[in-house]
Write a protein that binds this ligand. Structure first.
Ligand code: FES
Ligand code: FES
Length: 229
């Protein structure tokens, strides 16, 4: 007789392995549904003391968004991406994979590029968040945004805001120092572009980093950073 055909309970050998696992599973279920006090029915168990617990009700949250102080209440389960797009209408920050794989949702958190779909909103309490909308204005694009236009660095545009955020972070870090192509490629390694605009993005960033006025722009970024802008 094969193991698959073996009976659940062989009276001659005692409990079988499958029967043992079933018993353990049932015991675990029962234990999980009962209170410590065997005299109390589960439905009559007292409500746990939740004073001060985070997660059951909206929690106050303060942070700075594109230079503007924000004061609001969010549920603990809310991601930064959902807060930005659904509650604060910052739809320039894109959602594509929603699982930290593509970089479309990138924002700067205290100058560091982070995937906002992988952060809880409450994790950025007290931080300074910069979205693509904070890099420039539609009436006055930043040098980097203009370079993206001039170098045809976007097609469908889904990756573009994340690409701009990663590139902007690199320019801020380098503070006017000339950049190599490989440094830009490294900086945008977390940003996926299904349209394949990578070479154009790199050209655009290099034109800002190494073009005329690069050192002046770098020192302006550095001043802005030191001033907390
Ligand atoms: S949407 Fe966040 S990494 Fe893709
Ligand atoms: S421009 Fe389409 S995904 Fe990058």
């Amino acid at each position: 007789m094969s193991k698959r055909d073996a009976p659940e309970h062989d009276e001659t050998r005692g409990l079988t392995r499958r029967g043992l696992f079933r018993s353990i599973g049932a015991a675990t279920l029962v234990a999980g549904c009962t209170t410590d006090d065997p005299s109390v029915h589960p439905e009559q168990a007292p409500t746990p003391d939740v004073d001060g617990a985070i997660g059951l009700t909206p929690t106050p949250l303060e942070f700075v968004l594109d230079g503007q102080p924000q004061k609001l209440e969010v549920e603990a389960r809310t991601t930064l991406l959902d807060l930005l797009r659904l509650d604060l209408d910052r739809t320039g920050t894109k959602v594509v994979c929603d699982r930290g794989a593509c970089g479309a949702c990138m924002v700067l958190v205290d100058e560091v590029p982070r995937n906002s779909c992988m952060l809880l909103a409450l994790d950025v309490a007290g931080a300074s968040i910069t979205t693509v909308a904070g890099l420039g204005k539609s009436s006055q694009l930043s040098a980097l945004q203009l370079a993206f236009v001039e170098h045809d660095a976007m097609q469908c545009g889904f990756c573009t805001s994340g690409m701009l955020i990663s590139s902007s972070a690199l320019l801020r870090r380098s503070a006017g120092q000339p950049l190599e192509r490989a440094q830009v490629e490294d900086a945008i390694a977390g940003n996926l572009c299904r349209c394949g605009t990578y070479p154009h993005v790199v050209d655009a960033v290099l034109s800002v980093a190494n073009g005329p006025g690069a050192a002046r722009r770098g020192s302006e970024l550095l001043r802005a950073k030191k001033g907390g802008a």
